[in-house]
Write a protein that binds this ligand. Sequence first.
Ligand SMILES: [Zn+2]
Length: 217
Amino acid sequence: MKVHILLGPPGSGKGTQAKQLVEKFALSHLSTGDILRDAVSKGTEIGLRAKAIMAAGKLVDDDTVNGLVFARLQDETGAVLFDGYPRTLQQAEALAAFLSAQKIEMGLVADIEVPEEFLEARVVGRRSCSNNACGAIYHLENKPPRAENVCDLCGSPLKHRADDTSEAFRSRMEAFNATFKPLQAYYRGMANYRRVDGRSKPEEVFEAVVELYQENA
Ligand SMILES: [Zn+2]
């Protein structure tokens, strides 16, 4: 058994890469959300604790998340790809201690790096169809509509969502970086840590990830 990790900021395409990687190599795809829902529905002790925390409108703490993930790892036999875990430095350190105690090997840690100005341009140039039933998404540079500011599919005007402004983007990145930077610094010191240039096309990024995965499988 081996555990693999994908890192990357929101908008890096990490989710799509993870999905493809899981399919190509028949990995077990472990997302914290799925593990949480599974434990809650099975009514395990830790699942019930997580449920109570969520019912109180609180964020599930690191120790509870770790406990859920470790319990789930006991059921796994093949290679595992984490999705959204570890999310904090504390989780990463706890995972390393657990893996070492269980003699489970750590595989690839692939970090999909996309400069913030790239991510910002992707977000700020985005335009959405104002017709909610349609919901088509365009990009001023990468995927412009045929007629300026008009949806190709339904003819409704396009809008620039409040979430897609520079300001909203920067505030999201700031919150993300506060947790992510220490996590990233921790993994950078590891032998299996690899950077992937996330500025390329998704299929090129995937090729790079596949190559790295094969070296660490
Ligand atoms: Zn539309």
